[in-house]
Ligand binder design. Structure first.
Ligand SMILES: Cc1ncc(COP(=O)(O)O)c(C=O)c1O
Length: 442
């Protein structure tokens, strides 16, 4: 009899006894490759001895102080390191919280605070995109373009205006559009029309993932899209929030996914891989000008939580960051990402039910369709993603499932996001195990 409130109650969950590198081992002795780094968290692999050692050293002196009364060396140090790496996108203030949802909440609330401090109190409405996921606390869930996750809580959520998330596979040659080129203009027009209909003086901010994470895995926006969004928002006084909880911290081959299109957001969130799975740690970064607005105004953040800037949690981020730098992890992400991309394409591109493979760095999405010629998805009742994820687990591979990104709640994508320290033979094993899973389902 377990007293734990398990998250999935369909069948008993395997008990993981330990992890090492990219592998997990359960109590029956079964071994798995962690193809999704847990929930895209374990960026440097399980039980990474060097990371654990430096984390241990960093928590010896102090593990907690009240962030309103004191600052601490760990938080100052990690803020400096992250801001130095964000020079290209111009962020120079960084705060630490615990989860990705909290980082999103903090960014949204800070954006509203900035408008209030500037005397622009009418700017209340936020815009997000569909599909998207920004977290599960109520403000972050409100921002998420995920109708299924919201349905039981709609009475408690605030309204977000919605834009279409760019996704090349659906955008090109779909039933309603015959376009053969993936262009930014239609999406930018949609934003301009939205601003005109709401009135720019009523809009506080726009939140988006610069590269889509779990909802349309690794889907890249069309060239010029992010720069276009930035330009339109700036011209209309709308603050932008780049949610990099999943795609930041090296997953796409750069510290910040916003770098890929030289996007300069007003706020940026990090989580997941930032802590490597050691402790709950997320971050919100912003520009000096916004910090100055608060310093010259109320002089206090309107968002505070007990574990903000907690030195014990931040120690995990320092240990992870230092390992990234010392072992050139970003270089590995690009090299092994390319290698795994080629292997996956040669193994799956011609499969009858693989419609699209998206990739950047070590983030992959494989869209499964019923009919490749017209890109039509399987009806969701067929539970294709669930079956594939289950079969992969049987073959010793964890995947991240995503469903419902197409119309009517259909749509199946399986995601791969292995630890960023993956090597070639482990990449080969991932492909072999995934092939076994496909064989067993189709
Ligand atoms: C883009 C994005 N933002 C926010 C979150 C929420 O993070 P957490 O689950 O740590 O609260 C997630 C989680 O998957 C995410 O992918």
């Amino acid at each position: 009899m377990s007293n734990l409130l398990h998250r999935s109650l369909k069948e008993p969950l395997p008990l993981i006894e330990h992890g090492m590198g990219v592998r997990l081992y359960d109590s029956n002795g079964k071994e798995y490759i962690d193809g999704s780094s847990g929930a895209f968290v374990v960026s440097l692999g399980h039980s990474n001895a060097e990371v654990l050692k430096s984390y241990n050293e960093l928590i010896q002196k102090i593990t907690y102080v009240n962030g309103t009364q004191f600052t601490n060396e760990n938080a100052e140090d990690l803020a400096k390191k992250l801001c130095e790496k964000s020079k290209k996108i111009g962020l120079n203030r960084c705060g630490f919280i615990s989860s990705g949802s909290e980082a999103v909440e903090a960014a949204l609330k800070l954006a509203r605070q900035i408008h209030i401090e500037r005397g622009e109190k009418s700017r209340k409405i936020f815009i997000s995109r569909t599909p998207s996921y920004h977290g599960n606390t109520l403000f972050a869930l409100s921002a998420s373009g995920r109708p299924g996750y919201k349905k039981n809580f709609s009475d408690y959520l605030v309204h977000f205006e919605s834009l279409t998330t760019p996704y090349e596979y659906v955008a090109l040659n779909n039933i309603t559009s015959n376009s053969k080129t993936y262009l930014a203009e239609p999406y930018l027009d949609e934003l301009s029309k939205k601003i005109a209909s709401i009135g720019k003086d009523n809009i506080a901010g726009l939140i988006l993932e610069p590269i889509s994470g779990s909802s349309v895995a690794g889907a890249l926006p069309p060239s010029g899209y992010l720069k276009g969004i930035e330009k339109i928002c700036k011209a209309n006084g709308i603050l932008t929030i780049a949610d990099e909880v999943l795609v930041g911290m090296g997953r796409t081959g750069t510290y910040y996914a916003s770098e890929h299109d030289s996007f300069n957001p007003d706020f940026l969130t990090l989580g997941k891989g930032l802590n490597g799975g050691l402790t709950a740690l997320s971050a919100v970064l912003t520009r000096e000008e916004h910090f100055e607005t608060i310093r010259n105004g109320s002089k206090k953040l309107d968002h505070a939580q007990t574990f903000m800037h907690c030195p014990g949690s931040v120690a995990a981020g320092i240990a992870v960051f230092d390992y990234f730098e010392k072992h050139l992890v970003l270089k590995n992400v690009i090299q092994i990402g390319d290698y795994l991309n080629q292997k996956l394409r040669s193994a799956f591109e011609n499969h009858d039910h693989v419609g699209f493979i998206s990739n950047i760095g070590l983030l992959f999405g494989i869209e499964i369709v019923e009919n490749k010629s017209n890109k039509s998805p399987f009806p969701i009742e067929r539970k294709i993603t669930e079956k594939l994820t289950h079969a992969a687990l049987e073959s010793g591979l964890t995947l991240w499932p995503n469903t419902g990104h197409r119309e009517n709640g259909d749509g199946d994508i399986i995601l791969l996001g292995p630890p960023l320290v993956l090597n070639r033979s482990e990449a080969d094993e991932i492909v072999t195990r995934l092939l076994l899973a496909f064989d067993s389902v189709f």
